[in-house]
Design a protein around this ligand. Structure first.
Ligand code: 2RA
Length: 329
């Protein structure tokens, strides 16, 4: 299995390499790919030194799988070139997510939709992945009518420049700004650009991607996404209205039995998820599960996950593992 990592020098690329190493991903050859300015750069991986190559070189090497985290523009241009060479691309950008001909996959939910004919597969947005992973089994049992979500998102979701901005501001150093405003001691209610309806692109990703992954356009979703000065992961306050009444303990039980979800929910011991403790972990952590007493059939919960792991690298690599295990590449 020849595997290419496109965007190997970026923040998600780095975590992808970490996750590939931890999971002992079965490749025979690893091709590390980045933009022209990084070509020739050396990267250590499992005690071996790899030289970064350019995109055309990687296409010509015909890897079986290419995992992409290089931004939408690179993906739009290059994913089809890899696909034409016979490579299956798993793409972490937003370029293909809402294309009706492409699958948008969270393996625990809908990997069974994948076939060998899927040559470009989309990895959902980080804030969507962690929310739907917890909500999919609840939707199955109680049928979700409406979701109201507010996010508290880590600066790692904006890349290295943003992490540097937070560090600089924390240390009182003037430097390059990733955001329009200071992020240290602040909360910025804008992630990505605004769309015509006054919502940000990040907010609309949560609406559209949730409906696509859960395969149900009738689910109403409304979202407010906020950047906060945190690095460990994204947190989400999620209010879910079901068609049917539920038992809070049953919700805990369902979540407890869901692959990839860890319930941390005990107010007597002050146990609830926090990004500081989710960092570096693959699971999605759920806590503060409680009935919304203001209206029927509605529950509140708090969902936290490391956005670079399950929200990006781990989910992508799980898709690759599924393709291999099911002989789809
Ligand atoms: C963010 N969701 O956190 C984005 C990253 N894809 O900004």
């Amino acid at each position: 299995m020849k595997v290419a990592v496109v965007g190997a020098t970026g923040m998600v690329g780095e975590v992808m390499l970490q996750v590939l190493a931890e999971r002992n991903f079965p490749f025979t050859e690893l091709i590390l790919v980045a933009s022209e300015k990084s070509v020739g750069k050396e990267i250590e991986f499992k005690g071996k030194t790899y030289k970064v190559v350019g995109l055309q070189t990687a296409v010509d090497l015909k890897p079986e799988i290419a995992i992409f985290s290089a931004g939408g523009a690179t993906s739009l241009e290059w994913a089809p070139k890899f696909a034409a060479a016979g490579t299956t691309v798993i793409d972490n950008s937003s370029a293909w997510r809402m294309d009706p001909t492409k699958k948008l996959v969270v393996p625990e939910i809908n990997a069974s939709e994948l076939t060998a004919a899927d040559k470009i597969i989309a990895n959902p947005n980080c804030s969507t992945i962690q929310m739907v992973l917890a909500l999919a089994p609840l939707h199955k049992k109680y049928n979700i009518k409406r979701i109201v979500v507010s996010t508290y998102q880590s600066v790692t979701g904006s890349g290295l420049k943003a992490v540097q901005q937070l560090e600089n501001e924390y240390n009182g150093i003037k430097g390059e700004m990733a955001y329009k405003y200071p992020i240290h001691r602040n909360a910025i209610p804008q992630i990505d650009v605004f769309e015509e309806n006054g919502y940000t692109k990040e907010e609309m990703k949560m609406v559209r991607e949730t409906q696509k992954i859960l395969g149900d356009k009738t689910i109403a979703v409304t979202s407010t996404t906020v950047r906060i000065p945190v690095v460990g992961g994204h947190s989400e306050s999620v209010n879910v209205e079901f068609s049917n009444d539920f038992d809070v303990n049953d919700i805990r039980k369902i979540l407890h039995e869901t692959d990839g979800v860890t319930v941390q929910d005990n107010i007597d011991t002050f146990t609830y998820p926090m990004p500081m403790y989710a960092e570096g972990k693959d699971d999605v952590f759920v806590g503060r599960i409680r009935r919304d007493e203001s209206q029927p059939n509605t529950v509140n919960m708090w969902i936290v996950s490391d956005n670079l792991r399950k929200g990006a690298a781990t989910n992508t690599i799980q898709i690759a593992e599924y393709l291999i295990a099911n002989e789809l590449v």
